[in-house]
Ligand binder design. Structure first.
Ligand SMILES: C[S@@+](CC[C@H](N)C(=O)[O-])C[C@H]1O[C@@H](n2cnc3c(N)ncnc32)[C@H](O)[C@@H]1O
Length: 442
C-alpha cells in the first residue's frame, strides 16, 4: 500500500498572493483536503478533483483524527489552516493525536509542516513596522487556558516592555477578556501607547484602526482581529506604527556618527559586558543615591547591582560602595551577633519596617529566623535566603543583605553604632567570610 502522508499547511492570512508557493504545491499534491469550513472557502480554487472534508470550528480533534484515518489508507492528506499552522494552529493537536494513537516519526505515515505567514506579521505589514523589536504573542482565548495563566503572561509581557500581539482577542461570547487585558497592560504602559487593531488582514473585509491603549477595549474587535500593542518606544507617525530598532542608542542619527563610548559592530556600552561598568559610573556620579534608588533606576534584581559593585576595581570604583558575597549564611548570622547594635530592615510591598535590636535577639529555629525582643516579634522565612552579601558604604554604613534565589532582598541587617570597635568587628567578619578583597573606597 502507498505510504500515507499528512501535510500540515498554513496558507497565510487569506489572500492568494500571500500564500507560499510550497503551500500551493502541498495542497495540489493532496488526495484529501481537510479544514475548517471558512478555511476551505479561502483555498477553494485549489480543490478541483480532491476529496474535501469540511469541519466546524469546535471539531478540531475530529479534523486530526480524520487526517490520521485518511493517511492510514495511504492517502496524501492536506490539513489546511490560516496563517502558520504551527502558531495557535492544528500542528500541535495533530501530533498529540498521532502520538496517542501510537504513531512514531519514521512510521508508515509521514508528517510535514508547511509554514505560512502568521497573523501578527501579516497585520504588522499593514500598519508600519511595529514588530522591529522584541515582541510576544498572547492569545486571550480562555477556552482551553485558565485566565490566571493568561493574566500572568500579560503582566510579564507588559512589565518586560514587549510589543504584544493579541490573538483571539474577542468573540461573541468572550467580550470581557480584552477589557481585562487592557486593565492589566495599563498598569505598566502609558495610556497613549499606540495600538493597531487589524481585522481580516488581506481578506475582502480588511479593516485597520490605530488607537491608544486606553481606547482599545471600546473598539470594534472580533474573532478575526489581531491587536498589536506597542512598547514604551513605539510611536505613531502619519498613521504608521513604528517600533525603533535601537539605532538611536548607538548613533547620533540613523546614518550619523557613532555616539561617544559606542563602537559599530560591538555590543552597546549598556550591553552585557558594559552595563555593570555603567552601574559603577552611575554610583560615582550620584554619590547620595541609596542602593534602592539605583536598583529602581536600572530595574534589575538587587543582587545584580551588588554584583556590579563587587566587580569594581581601583580605576573603575563603585563610588562609596564595596560589596562581597559572603560564603556561608549561618556563619554570617553568628558573626552579625558580635557586631553590636543592629537595625533590621524588612520591605513588604511599599511598607518598610525598621527595628533596632541586638545580636541576642536573633535566633535561627529550623526554617525560621526569629527576631524578637520586648518591642517586636518578627519571623523571617530563612528557607528563602539563598545568598548573603556584606555591603559597606564608605565609613558610614555597614550592612548584611540576605537575598533570595531571584536576587531580591529578604531582609537586611545593618550596624547602628559606627564606633571604631563595631566597625572593626564588621571588617573582621568581611575578612573571615569571603575571599579577602580590596576595599574600593578610600
Ligand atoms: C486560532 S488563531 C489562528 C492563528 C493562525 N494559525 C495564524 O498563524 O495566524 C485565530 C486568530 O488569529 C488571528 N487571525 C487569523 N487570521 C487573521 C487575519 N487575516 N487578520 C487578522 N487576524 C487574524 C485572529 O486573532 C484570530 O482570532
Amino acid at each position: 500500500m502507498k505510504k500515507g502522508k499528512i501535510l500540515l499547511v498554513g496558507f497565510g492570512p487569506g489572500s492568494k498572493e500571500d500564500m507560499t508557493y510550497r503551500a500551493r504545491e502541498a495542497i495540489a499534491s493532496a488526495d484529501v483536503v481537510i479544514g475548517y469550513t471558512t478555511y476551505i472557502k479561502l483555498v477553494e480554487d485549489l480543490l478541483d478533483g480532491k476529496e474535501v472534508i469540511r469541519k466546524g470550528m469546535t471539531e478540531e480533534i475530529d479534523r486530526c483524527v480524520e487526517a490520521y484515518e485518511q493517511a492510514k489508507l495511504g492517502k496524501v492528506v492536506a490539513m489546511v489552516s490560516s496563517g502558520d499552522i504551527g502558531i495557535y494552529g492544528m500542528a500541535g493537536p495533530t501530533y498529540e493525536v498521532l502520538f496517542q494513537s501510537g504513531w512514531r516519526p519514521g512510521d508508515d505515515i509521514e508528517v510535514e509542516i508547511v509554514t505560512g505567514s502568521t497573523a501578527l506579521s501579516a497585520c504588522a505589514s499593514l500598519v508600519g513596522a511595529p514588530l522591529t523589536h522584541d515582541f510576544c504573542s498572547i492569545s486571550l482565548s480562555d477556552l482551553l487556558t485558565p485566565w490566571p495563566v493568561i493574566a500572568n503572561r500579560l503582566t510579564a509581557a507588559a512589565r518586560a516592555d514587549f510589543v504584544v500581539a493579541l490573538y483571539n482577542p474577542k468573540s461573541g461570547r468572550r467580550t470581557k477578556q480584552i477589557v481585562e487585558a487592557q486593565r492589566i497592560l495599563l498598569q505598566h504602559r502609558k495610556p497613549d501607547t499606540p495600538v493597531a487593531i487589524v481585522k481580516s488582514a488581506y481578506r475582502k473585509s480588511q479593516s485597520i484602526r490605530m488607537v491608544r491603549l486606553d481606547e482599545m477595549a471600546d473598539c470594534d474587535i472580533g474573532m478575526l482581529s489581531t491587536v498589536l500593542i506597542g512598547n514604551s518606544s513605539t510611536f505613531l507617525r502619519d498613521n504608521l506604527m513604528i517600533t525603533p530598532r535601537g539605532y538611536a542608542n548607538k548613533y547620533d542619527s540613523l546614518t550619523g556618527e557613532t555616539r561617544e563610548g559606542e563602537r559599530a559592530g560591538r555590543s552597546l556600552g549598556m550591553g552585557l559586558l558594559g552595563w555593570k561598568s555603567y552601574v559603577r559610573s552611575y554610583l560615582r556620579e550620584f554619590p547620595d543615591y541609596s542602593l534602592q534608588a539605583v536598583v529602581r533606576y536600572f530595574d534589575m534584581p538587587f543582587e545584580e547591582i551588588l554584583l556590579a559593585i563587587s566587580d569594581a576595581s581601583a580605576d573603575d570604583t563603585a563610588g562609596e560602595f564595596s560589596a562581597m558575597c559572603a560564603v556561608d549564611a549561618s556563619q554570617l548570622l553568628s558573626e552579625v551577633k558580635n557586631w553590636g547594635r543592629l537595625r533590621a530592615v524588612v520591605r513588604s510591598g511599599n511598607a518598610v519596617s525598621e527595628m533596632m535590636l541586638g545580636g541576642a535577639d536573633l535566633a535561627l529555629c529550623g526554617d525560621r529566623l526569629k527576631v524578637e525582643n520586648e518591642h517586636f516579634h518578627l519571623h523571617v522565612d530563612w528557607s528563602r535566603v539563598a545568598r548573603t552579601w556584606l555591603v559597606m558604604r564608605a565609613d558610614k554604613n555597614y550592612g548584611a543583605y540576605f537575598i533570595d534565589s531571584n536576587g531580591e532582598v529578604v531582609f537586611k541587617l545593618s550596624l547602628v553604632t559606627k564606633d571604631g570597635a563595631s566597625a572593626q568587628r564588621y571588617k573582621q567578619s568581611w575578612q573571615l567570610l569571603g575571599e579577602p578583597q580590596e576595599m574600593n573606597h578610600e
